[in-house]
Design a protein around this ligand. Structure first.
Ligand code: NAD
Length: 322
């Protein structure tokens, strides 16, 4: 009987796909991510054929050594920076992700952060709750209109392109972008203007939205020097991965008025926040929930378990990233 280990509770639909195949499924019952030590201990108990991981699991050579029977690590996430794919490739182990699982919802969440900043929703909500509203006042909470403003997208893959479409068609924004690959479709459909360097996009945009994967080349892609190139009135939104932004430098930039505000769903030291970040009035923070809907989690459960079944039935998993 094939054996599967799942590192944290996922929607039942995915577990059922595996048990319907007659596989034996063990699931971490703790309501928190496993430490790497706990993960190693858990997967070394049985000769598992597959492991379903979350982005909170650090999977490297030590983990692969602990369970040499596993043919696939199916990541329940769009990103896969938590898995050492070079090491997996060396060992002939499949690594898969769940692309598309919630990409549209991440785009919606990105725009929720943009709107929260431009309409000052969080500050205004706090003002109301504290009983500070004394009647209509033309001088309070001046926000920023998005129509006609320039959105700069860094990374125009699935999510970046989805954000572009909504921002242009929904809010009348103009589009500039930087990516290592040019996106003809985006240029044709939305009049997007390509800039060959990230710096050029940072200089002209009113809102910067980041949608790159976490790679050695994107770690601290946004640092103090690049923040200083942005307009003082600009907002930075990051729903990609926390380590793409140097968070300590961002705190300084926000404190010193180098940029106007930031909307963050992901954090460099997750789940911790950089010192001073939570005290700033010009930030909107959400706990890595950009793809968090029941529909998206359902789709991610189906995709990750489909990849496992395809592998264990002798095929190539549809979402292999190595
Ligand atoms: P994708 O692979 O479709 O697109 C990524 C884009 O980034 C590609 O166009 C690629 O060419 C570009 N890119 C790669 N390296 C680059 C670099 N150095 N500079 C500029 N561009 C570069 O991925 P996607 O589905 O759009 O997802 C993007 C990222 O969003 C994921 O890798 C993941 O980390 C993150 N994500 C976050 C959440 C969340 O809950 N906050 C949910 C899903 C995905």
């Amino acid at each position: 009987m094939k054996k599967i280990y799942i590192t944290r509770q996922i929607p039942e639909v995915g577990v059922k796909m595996l048990t319907d195949k007659g596989y034996e499924v063990d699931i971490n019952k703790k309501n928190r991510p496993l430490t790497q030590k706990e993960l190693i201990k858990a997967i070394s108990k049985k000769p598992y054929d597959a492991v379903l991981t979350l982005l909170t699991d650090q999977v490297d050579a030590k983990v692969f050594d602990a369970c040499t029977t596993a043919k696939i690590y199916a990541n329940f996430a769009i990103g896969f920076n938590n898995i050492d794919i070079v090491e997996a490739k060396k060992r002939g182990i499949y690594v898969t992700n769940t692309p598309g699982g919630g990409a549209d919802r991440v785009a919606e969440h990105t725009l929720a952060l943009v709107l929260a900043l431009s309409c000052r929703v969080v500050e205004a909500d706090e003002y109301m709750r504290k009983g500070k509203f004394k009647g209509w006042d033309p001088m309070i909470f001046h926000g920023t209109k998005l129509a006609g403003k320039i959105l700069g997208i860094i990374g125009t893959g699935r999510i970046g392109a989805d954000v572009a479409h909504r921002a242009v068609n929904g809010f009348g924004m103009k589009l500039v972008y930087y990516d290592v690959k040019r996106n003809d479709e985006l240029e044709k459909s939305f009049g997007a203007v390509f800039y060959p360097t990230v710096e050029e996009v940072l200089k002209v945009a009113d809102v910067i939205s980041i949608h790159v994967p976490l790679l050695p080349s994107t770690q601290h892609l946004i640092n103090a020097e690049r923040l200083a190139m942005m307009k003082k009135t600009a907002y930075l939104v990051n729903t990609s991965r926390g380590q793409v932004v140097d968070e300590n430098s961002l705190v300084l930039a926000l404190k010193n008025g180098v940029i106007a505000g930031a909307g963050l769903d992901v954090f460099e030291f997750e789940p911790k926040l950089a010192k001073g970040l939570a005290k700033l009035p010009n930030v909107v923070l959400t706990p890595h929930i950009a793809s968090g809907t029941a529909e998206a989690r359902h789709e991610m459960a189906l995709l990750s378990t489909t990849n496992i079944i395809q592998t264990l039935e002798g095929g190539v998993p549809q979402n292999s990233v190595v």
